[in-house]
Design a protein around this ligand. Structure first.
Ligand SMILES: C[S@@+](CC[C@H](N)C(=O)[O-])C[C@H]1O[C@@H](n2cnc3c(N)ncnc32)[C@H](O)[C@@H]1O
Length: 268
């Protein structure tokens, strides 16, 4: 399969997932986003966004899903906000939520790899959060695009699941299932293939589509930053779960790193 085939399969799976999530929580979210204080930020995000100082900043979120995180960014004082997602149905939900929340934002349906050059150099901040990087076959190309989108001196903030979780199958618990070091073929990480499986927010619902998840290492993320002139200014690992899938791992006495935050600044 070519990278474009994986991305197209993932688009179909995310469109299926959007229907399940709409049933699960869209009407509740439509009510919640009406509040001027609406926020999805946890303590880590609050601290990092305060440090970045969102006021009037131009922000682009890659993999914005239904837009709830970017709406929080907007309500925290950001200026222009643009959300990109490959799923037609999640972008439709994001527009609905922005309208309910009475915030002026742009949501664009596109694969990050197809983003137009019109956006180059326009953003103070690229924001990536929870469960995005694994859908992307080519991490190095992604960070090239992120760097391109930033103004000189702009920053990227990533709050992601720790790649060590790729070694475990949440259903089997703390049993090493796969090597941390993924197999590669032709210079590309070989993906995990997921057949129809229960939804991560509403496990009572089956998402009936095949998807492809790329188990990139932490060093792949850091190397890709450095290759694209993104100099790390913050990096931290945490023992709390942000994935919704590995929550039970928080309770082990001997802690694993379950997520991390990274901030890097574009240098010229
Ligand atoms: C688990 S969500 C993470 C986003 C957000 N943090 C959240 O929790 O809702 C992953 C999102 O990435 C999007 N996505 C996957 N591949 C993509 C691609 N190539 N370009 C843009 N978006 C993509 C999916 O449609 C999905 O909405």
């Amino acid at each position: 399969m070519q990278p474009g085939d994986y991305i197209e399969a993932n688009r179909k799976m995310w469109n299926e997932t959007a229907g399940v999530h709409a049933q699960f929580n869209l009407s509740r979210l439509q009510e919640r986003v009406k509040s001027p204080d609406f926020s999805t930020f946890d303590e880590v995000e609050k601290r990092i966004f305060a440090n970045i100082d969102l006021r009037d900043k131009a922000v682009i979120q890659l993999g914005c899903n239904n837009g709830r995180e970017l709406i929080s960014v907007k309500k925290a004082g950001a200026g222009r906000c643009v959300g990109i997602d490959i799923s037609d149905n999640f972008i439709a939900q994001a527009r609905q939520l922005a309208s309910s929340g009475q915030v002026d934002m742009d949501f664009i349906r596109s694969s990050v790899y197809d983003l137009a050059h019109d956006f180059d150099g326009q953003f103070d901040l690229v924001y990536i959060s929870i469960g995005f990087l694994g859908w992307l076959p080519d991490l190095n190309a992604l960070f090239g695009i992120a760097s391109r989108l930033l103004k000189d001196d702009g920053q990227i903030f990533i709050y992601e699941m720790h790649p060590i979780l790729n070694m475990f199958n949440a259903e089997k618990g703390l049993v090493i299932d796969t090597s941390y070091f993924a197999r590669e073929s032709g210079g590309q990480v070989e993906p995990f293939v997921e057949e129809a499986s229960p939804d991560y927010l509403d496990p009572s619902q089956l998402v009936n589509a095949v998807s492809y998840w790329f188990p990139h290492k932490l060093s792949d993320v850091i190397t890709a930053c450095l290759e694209h002139h993104l100099s790390l200014t913050h990096f931290q690992e945490y023992a709390h779960d942000i994935s919704e899938v590995y929550a039970q791992f928080e309770h082990f006495e001997k802690k694993l790193p379950l997520c991390y935050s990274l901030v890097a600044r574009k240098t010229t």
